[in-house]
Write a protein that binds this ligand. Structure first.
Ligand code: RIB
Length: 334
């Protein structure tokens, strides 16, 4: 097993420089960092966490709170976080909170009691949130909403939803239904706002009878399709904006099982652009969120806080891409 001394020899720098490159890479020159990383790679060096913890009085661990580990969007965000943490010699403790405040508080306690150095929250903060870490805790919100009380990395959910619905309107749809996420989830609230904005600017009246709820899972999307299947052909929307891809794919399955063809009889849009959404049948029109980059940026932001730096930017709004595929078309004739 190689040691820090072997790395310092191979890179031609002092042990102190290797140590600095590991704990605060931004404090060493690019050239030195390159040499140290190459030596680490070549020697397959893994830092001794225990001695690092002792030296730096840190836990060398960050906590990531994820509302649903099975949701592929979050898995991709975590991949980005993990990459940054690994380079810093930190481990990542995953807290699958399953939307439970008690579970969240248990994980937050780990940071408050210094068993971890910081926390990244993957669900958006809700108003009157009962599970907020104390202000002294180093915390970043990834995939948040406007007015998040912590440094945040997010997309513009309102603008993205508005773009999707405006597109549907531009192809002739006037009766556009919604399969929403959990109604108190701030993403559901923001995406609904975007939907309403698009209707408003086209002079289309909001009709709550064509809004139904899911919980962001595939099965909830499939069940929600029943709400529309039960309607008469003239009442049934010609397009449905689903608030994430999983529900959109579930809805497509539900419609197809009842002989309703997508997109000929029903256009469907998603949100996330999961890896398999381009392969579903038909391939899904959706909003591509930069999930991995959200993870990378939020981890970088958290490490700035852990290093005691004041980030020059505390909110990053990353761009989305609206991807038109074959799950949408012109409205059927009713
Ligand atoms: O919480 C679930 C949803 O919110 C995800 O599918 C993703 O869209 C996220 O923003």
């Amino acid at each position: 097993m190689s040691t820090i001394r072997d790395v310092s020899r191979a890179a031609g720098v002092s042990i102190a420089t290797v140590s600095r490159a590991l704990s605060s890479p931004d404090k060493v020159s690019k050239n030195t960092l390159k040499k140290v990383n190459a030596a680490i790679e070549e020697l397959q060096y893994r830092p001794n966490m225990l001695s690092q913890r002792f030296r730096n009085k840190t836990a060398n661990c960050i906590v990531v709170l994820v509302p649903d580990i099975a949701n592929l969007f979050f898995t991709t965000v975590i991949k980005g976080i993990e990459n940054v943490a690994q380079k810093r010699g930190f481990s990542v403790l995953l807290g699958d909170t399953r939307d439970s405040s008690n579970r969240e508080l248990e994980y937050i306690n780990l940071v408050e009691t210094k068993q971890a150095d910081g926390i990244i929250q993957l669900r958006p903060y809700a108003e009157n949130d009962s599970a907020l870490p104390k202000q002294s805790v180093k915390a970043v919100n990834a995939s948040g909403c406007e007015d998040t009380p912590y440094p945040a990395v997010r997309i513009d959910n309102i603008g993205a939803a508005e773009e999707v619905v405006k597109y549907l309107i531009s192809t002739g749809h006037r009766r556009i239904g919604i399969i929403s996420g959990l109604p108190n989830n701030p993403h559901s609230i923001d995406r609904l706002r975007g939907y309403k904005r698009a209707l408003n600017s086209a002079g289309i009246k909001f009709d709550p009878s064509i809004v139904t709820e899911g919980d962001f899972s595939f099965w909830s999307g499939m069940n929600a399709s029943e709400h529309f299947i039960r309607m008469s052909d003239s009442d049934r929307p010609t397009a449905i904006f689903c608030m994430n891809d999983e529900m959109a794919i579930g809805a497509i399955k539900g419609f197809k099982a009842k002989g309703i063809r997508v997109p000929e009889q029903m256009s469907i849009t998603g949100f996330d652009d999961l890896e398999f959404s381009r392969y579903c049948d038909p391939p899904l029109t959706t909003v591509s969120q930069p999930a991995e980059l959200i993870g990378v940026k939020s981890a970088e932001l958290l490490f700035q806080l852990i290093d005691g730096e004041t980030p020059n930017q505390t909110e990053y709004i990353l761009p989305i891409e609206f991807i038109i595929r074959q799950s949408t078309g012109v409205p059927r004739k009713t």
